[in-house]
Design a protein around this ligand. Structure first.
Ligand code: HEM
Length: 518
């Protein structure tokens, strides 16, 4: 009888546990999202209805895939293709709408005043959110994703690398990298040469970012292996983003997870080796050219930065430093190929400023006003980072809205940059003179142009990116005229950053030193 009773008790316990689990799942995946949906709806923030567990991910993916499967004309109205779900729901629900990425609520915020509150004036109420675990492995647990005191310490330690005085010491190295790579094109002086610039600029930026991170203490092959593995991780991360997975999924030995773990271990080993090599060197923080490098500075820092921290920061900088700048270079080259009159103007300026010098100096770069306008217009129309996300740390008041703790806020940088209310009726046109008075003036709102973000978390590498872009483009303009290859298909798309979906083949024709372009 006692045994029978015990069995019954066990069974009841199991049933209760199952019931609690089912209730918890129901609360997390249904009741809570529906409550949040009602909360926003009462405030006038609507959006597509929440679906159990997946939220709106299926619709988002379907819209993005459909947009990417269609060609687009050679114009700059890229929002409907690149940010299809935003474009679609913005038309139905307005600039502030609620969309569900799984059971996580994400509110899009396109009002510039609210964006200023989130990123700048009340930024202490928001934080970077923990990204997908595969993205975190790729980007590293460094500045991009850190929060709080650790972020503050790292930012303070690393900042001196990106001061203009330090970056100027890197100019000869950047010039050398560009010149060496371009020399190969020049050999075909007899005629034109077709280059896939997307890949070419990636190789170039790899070299520069490796030197910024490790100084001159690295060998070519170390960098190549790490970047190859990061590229493979990027493909896996992009695939994983298309589905909603349970939090526990990250620990399961699935095929994708195992590949990613293996790659991560290899990257870590390579980075550790490079850091060790940098440690043994006794020349201190400085490189041969006097410039500071990331690992050197972190080693000398008094704020207790461990080797593991250094590895994570290296991952962050190798990823962020390579892809963003190469994207900027790619889109600017495409724009100059599409708008030859601006190519001619930019070239004339470079030739005038550099006079008889073969390559630009750091002082020349500061005088390139037309090229600066062109780069800003390129960053406006084709911002490499099309959006950013913050998470409310507590219940916050944003404008007149109450945003519950944990809500994600999506800031659509690309949409802001193409907004006619901010940029006027020519918002989708390539018109560099709008930046003739600098970046603060042209938009109807000062927050209309934020390619590098805003506030305390603004991009730490922007000076390096712009310096590198100006040097590279001016060296190319001095030596070549270029046009789109007949095979070029205009197809901007998002794969973490803004890429040309079918590459960017460009035809370059060498100029004899003072030739006018044909
Ligand atoms: C055209 C080039 C670049 C663009 C458009 C760009 C864009 C951005 C944006 C929008 C943010 C802010 C993200 C946010 O608020 O969530 C950011 C942050 C960051 N960027 Fe860049 N970036 C560029 C180049 C670089 C380079 C060359 C590096 C490294 C050498 C770099 C490293 C970082 C880091 C570490 C952060 C995080 C800063 C922090 O939170 O303290 N970026 N970038």
């Amino acid at each position: 009888m006692e045994v029978f009773l015990q069995c019954w008790l066990k069974l009841i316990m199991i049933c209760l546990m199952v019931l609690v689990l089912v209730l918890k799942i129901a609360v997390l995946l249904w009741w809570r999202p529906k409550k949040i949906e009602r909360h926003f709806s009462r405030q006038g923030i609507k959006g597509p209805p929440y679906h159990f567990y997946t939220g709106n991910v299926k619709e988002v993916m379907a819209m993005m895939l459909k947009a990417c499967s269609q060609p687009m004309p050679l114009c700059h109205n890229i929002l409907p293709r690149v940010f299809a779900f935003y474009h679609h729901w913005n038309k139905i629900y307005g600039g502030m709408f609620l969309v569900w990425f799984g059971p996580t609520a994400r509110v899009t915020v396109s009002d510039p005043d609210m964006i200023r509150e989130i990123l700048s004036s009340k930024s202490e109420l928001y934080e970077k959110k923990e990204g997908h675990h595969l993205i975190k492995r790729l980007e590293g647990d460094g500045l991009l994703s850190l929060n709080g005191e650790k972020w503050g310490n790292h930012r303070k330690t690393i900042t001196p690398i990106f001061h203009m005085e330090n970056l100027k010491l890197l100019v000869p190295m950047v010039v050398q990298s560009v010149s060496e790579m371009i020399e190969k094109w020049g050999r075909s002086r007899s005629g034109e040469i077709e280059i896939e610039v997307c890949e070419w600029f990636q190789r170039l930026t790899e070299d520069v970012i490796m030197r910024t991170v490790f100084g001159s203490w690295y060998e070519d092959d170390d960098g190549k292996a790490i970047f190859r593995l990061q590229a493979q991780q990027m493909v896996l991360a992009a695939q994983a983003l298309r589905i909603v997975s349970l939090p526990a999924y990250r620990y399961l030995p699935t095929k994708r997870n195992i590949s990613c773990w293996k790659m991560d271990r290899k990257i870590k080993r390579s980075l550790m080796k490079l850091i060790e090599r940098r440690k043994i060197d006794t020349r201190g923080v400085m490189q041969e050219n006097g410039a500071k490098d990331l690992v050197g500075l972190m080693m000398q820092s008094s704020s207790n930065i461990t080797v593991d921290d250094m590895v994570e920061e290296c991952k962050t900088f190798l990823f962020a430093g390579k892809h963003t700048t190469s994207n900027l270079l790619t889109w600017t080259t495409v724009l100059l190929a599409m708008h030859p009159q601006w190519q001619v103007q930019a070239r004339e300026e470079v030739i005038r400023v550099c006079a008889s010098r073969d390559v630009p100096t750091k002082d020349d770069v500061a005088k390139l006003k037309t090229l600066t306008m062109i780069l800003n217009e390129s960053l406006r129309l084709y911002p490499p980072t099309i959006a950013t996300i913050r998470q409310a740390k507590v219940d916050v008041k944003l404008g007149d809205y109450i945003i519950p703790r944990g809500t994600e806020l999506l800031i659509p940088i690309l949409a802001l940059h193409h907004d006619q209310a901010i940029w006027g009726s020519n918002a989708n046109e390539f018109y560099p003179p709008r930046f003739s008075e600098g970046v603060a003036r042209p938009a109807k709102h000062p927050i209309g142009f934020i390619p590098f973000g805003l506030g305390v978390r603004t991009c730490i590498g922007q000076n390096l990116a712009v310096l590198q872009a100006k040097l590279t483009l001016s060296i190319i303009l001095q030596r070549f005229s270029f046009k789109l290859a007949p095979t070029y298909q205009h197809a901007p798309t998002i794969s973490m950053l803004l890429y040309p979906q079918h590459g960017a083949p460009i035809i370059f024709k060498p100029l004899s030193h003072r030739d006018e372009p044909p």
